[in-house]
Design a protein around this ligand. Structure first.
Ligand code: CP
Ligand code: NVA
Length: 307
């Protein structure tokens, strides 16, 4: 059966652990100048309905480093679901390439691609989730703290795609994840229920709150993301009024005696969800996290394309 990579909830902790271990091996091999062309001759089509820096460049360089080839398909090019139906795009691309990575608006579109493609499909962000980002984030926390189990991760801001993947990924790995959001911007309740069940099995926990200061006091790691995700631009004014108490600034960080690192999936809107002194300060893990997109996704590519 083909292997898709759509959501972390499709995997168990053992598989996530294996992927993280492989990512670390691939990272060490690259640094030591002994990277192997594990995907020689293999190809990846990358469909983008939204802009990207990290996802595009890290997938493209990842395929290059693994000896394969990546093909960038811009938002204007395919116009998936408009110029051509999702099932048709899936079936046509399956005749040319060995795997598809897609960044889409509707999560249903990446699911439909996976349903119709005969090659593996990777979710490169949808309105619902961002599992590749969460893999890079878990890798970063593991490298920095030496463990994921019992790490207290507090996410501040919008209950969005990034939070959904962190809730599920953190729960699987036995972390204590707190989502601190304004009341009107909570994460999806079904995803919270899923994460609560997984956390219970793994010895971790999930907690939601609207109190940013209380959430920070208990945290080992703080995380934030944009207040206005791609596609929500028309809501920006209303969002900018609701989110300022959740900004990660020096005053808020000072409330957390155990904070070891600050994370942001990027792009950052400096002066909104995070301030310059924090993003560029001694606790910032922002650029290690961005680098780890490369290593985590190389592991995902090897996993989905393994014979
Ligand atoms: N974090 C992330 O996915 O970045 P891009 O939108 O630049 O790909
Ligand atoms: N939540 C953000 C993540 C960007 C990487 C968005 O969807 O725009």
């Amino acid at each position: 059966m083909k292997r898709d990579f759509l959501d972390l909830g499709d995997f168990d902790a053992a598989r996530i652990g294996q992927l993280l271990a492989l990512a670390r091996e691939l990272k060490a091999a690259l640094r030591a100048g002994r990277a192997e062309p594990l995907l020689a001759g293999r190809s990846l089509a990358m469909i983008f309905q939204k802009p990207s820096l990290r996802t595009r460049v890290s997938f493209e360089m990842g395929m290059y480093q693994l000896g394969g080839h990546a093909l960038y398909l811009s938002p204007d090019e395919i116009r998936i679901g408009e110029r051509e139906s999702v099932p048709d795009v899936a079936r046509v691309l399956s005749r040319y390439v060995d795997a598809i990575m897609a960044r889409v608006f509707a999560h249903a579109h990446v699911q439909q691609l996976a349903e119709w493609a005969s090659v593996p499909v990777i979710n490169g962000l949808s309105d619902y989730s961002h599992p590749c980002q969460a893999m890079a984030d878990l890798l970063t926390i593991l490298e920095k703290l030496g463990t994921l189990r019992d790490v207290r991760l507090t996410y501040l801001g919008d209950g969005n795609n990034v939070l959904h993947s962190l809730l599920v990924g953190g729960a699987l790995m036995g972390m204590h994840v707190v989502g601190a959001t304004p009341p009107d911007y909570c994460p999806d309740p079904d995803t919270v229920t899923l994460a609560e069940g997984l956390a219970e099995q793994a010895g971790g926990s999930i907690r939601l709150t609207h109190d940013p200061v209380a959430a920070v006091r208990e945290a080992d790691v703080l995380y934030t993301d944009t207040w206005t995700s791609m596609g929500q631009e028309e809501e920006a004014q209303r969002r900018n009024a609701a989110f300022p108490p959740f900004q990660i600034n020096e005053e808020l960080v000072a409330e957390g005696p155990s904070i070891a690192g600050i994370m942001h999936c990027l792009p950052a809107h400096r002066g909104q969800e995070i301030t310059d002194p924090v993003a560029d300060g001694p606790l910032s893990w922002l650029f290690d996290q961005a680098e780890n997109r490369l290593h985590a996704q190389k592991a995902i590519l090897v996993h989905v394309l393994e014979e």
